[in-house]
Design a protein around this ligand. Structure first.
Ligand code: PLP
Length: 464
């Protein structure tokens, strides 16, 4: 058939809407979604015909295409994914998972009226802060705290409030970019502060800061190099020394700590990271961090520090623009509560639980998973286990090699790239890494339920 004939064969939108074969679909879904799917299917088919890629018009093919698009259009776009990569704080897959307690709190607050800004004792207007501030104070030793939408907003708010039209001294070794376009120099410019760079990429000394201080200096900024390390011939100045220097000039030190560490991670065999409490004790006037990196809670930016500074932040118009919503506050409060006991934090918060699972536990879990895949797949795949490295991710603990054991799978009935694609497009979506023609599944980021699904989906795809 030539192009004109093929185009003439395409049915009208209305015809398809009334088509007997799509009757069930119309009953199951609002007409809106079927109409969208039909329009898109017709347009795609038309394009393919015009490109000369269609030999013959088949109604079944078109109907099938409508169905696929309908499934796509009706299922949630934001939906769960099975993370088999072993990257715990996976930026693209939503960073930290909320704990059961945080999830329950979100659910309850989402479906009821709440004490969001209501003081039950006085029966009058209350503050959003009361739900988390006392906890942050207790966990960090800070005088006061404020939480905003994310750490980028926290940094912006601090700079705009304390340093607009003034100068901020920062080491050249700390002018970092954190994934997704958060760059210190850009944030600085947007906040209206002037950045005064000191030192060099690998070495900055106290006297570099000292000689940069003028009467226009409003803040000394220290940024935690979250996602990289400068190694070799390096020197940086600690918060304590900076705080001493600052106080002799009446200038506060603000540390952007990034990951949000509330307890000594060495207790759990992880590399040491400065805690917020340590920075506060060392003399930082303000410290900020993310809520959904190592802290293991919802997306948020937490600022802890001196009460007179926190108060100024609260009164800046940006604080209103960056404020937290009630669902996040609910999740944040529940997450912070887990930290009153490090063991509770470790067992309740998925991020910490996954990061601290031992290599022996991972080896056992990998062996079990491998056995189950062999049972389900038989001869269709070659399966073994091998020692590997899990990553913390999210720009945290960049140098930490967290030993794990992964399941390696070499499909025999399919190309490995095709299997990876099918798992990714499956329901639910499974994200796994390919290495040396094998698909790797790291049990560190898999729940038991995830494993059931992974076994099922692999078997279905290799057999089907
Ligand atoms: C991650 C990070 C940020 C950005 O935090 P978000 O919560 O993603 O906005 C800022 N500074 C540092 C040092 C970070 O590690």
């Amino acid at each position: 058939m030539d192009i004109k004939q093929l185009l003439r064969k395409l049915p009208q939108v209305d015809e398809l809407l009334r088509h007997a074969k799509l009757k069930d679909d119309l009953e199951r879904h609002p007409r809106y979604f079927l109409l969208e799917a039909i329009r898109e299917a017709l347009q795609k088919t038309r394009e393919q015909i015009l490109e000369g890629r269609v030999e013959d018009y088949k109604e079944e093919t078109l109907i099938e295409r409508v169905r696929v698009l309908l499934v796509d259009g009706t299922r949630p776009s934001l939906r769960p994914v099975i993370n088999a990569t072993g990257v715990v704080i996976h930026t693209n897959l939503g960073r930290s998972l909320c704990s059961a307690a945080a999830t329950a709190a979100v659910n309850e607050i989402a479906t009821s009226y709440s004490t969001l800004e209501y003081d039950v004792r006085s029966g009058s207007r209350g503050s959003r802060k009361v739900h988390y501030e006392k906890l942050v104070r207790g966990l960090t030793g800070a005088e006061a705290a404020l939480a905003v939408n994310n750490n980028a907003a926290a940094v912006m708010l601090v700079l705009a409030t304390l340093a607009r039209g003034k100068e901020v001294v920062v080491s050249r070794g700390e002018l970092v970019e954190i994934g997704g376009s958060f760059r210190i120099p850009d944030i600085m410019r947007e906040s209206g502060a002037t950045m005064v760079e000191v030192g060099t990429t690998n070495k900055t000394r106290l006297r570099d800061y000292e000689s940069a201080i003028t009467e226009r200096t409003a803040l000394i900024l220290k940024v935690h190099a979250s996602n990289f390390r400068v190694v070799g011939f390096t020197e940086e100045v600690g918060v304590g020394e900076l705080a001493k220097l600052g106080s002799s000039h009446g200038i506060p030190v603000f540390e952007d700590q990034g990951s949000g560490v509330l307890m000594d991670l060495r207790t759990f065999g992880l590399p040491p990271e400065p805690t917020i409490r340590e920075s506060i004790e060392a003399g930082a006037a303000l410290v900020s961090c993310s809520g959904d990196k190592l802290l293991g809670g919802p997306q948020a930016g937490i600022i802890a520090g001196r009460s007179e500074l926190i108060e100024r932040l609260e009164h800046h118009p940006l604080a209103r623009a960056f404020r937290l919503d009630k669902l996040t506050i609910a999740a944040l409060e529940a997450t912070l509560k887990a930290y009153v006991d490090p063991e509770i934090a470790r067992s309740e918060l998925p991020t910490l639980r996954m990061l601290t699972a031992t290599s022996a536990e991972m080896a056992t879990q990998a062996r079990k998973l491998a056995d189950r895949i062999v049972d389900a797949c038989g001869e269709t795949a070659e399966v073994d286990i091998v020692e590997e490295i899990s990553r913390s991710g999210g720009g945290s603990l960049p140098m930490a090699d967290i030993p794990t054991t992964v399941v390696r799978l070499l499909p025999r009935t399919l190309d490995v790239v095709e299997l990876e694609r099918r798992l990714r497009l499956g329901d639910p979506c499974v994200v796994a890494r390919i290495r040396d023609d094998r698909l790797l599944f790291d049990p560190r980021t898999l729940s038991r339920e995830d494993e059931n699904q992974v076994v099922r989906l692999i078997a279905e795809n290799l057999r089907g």
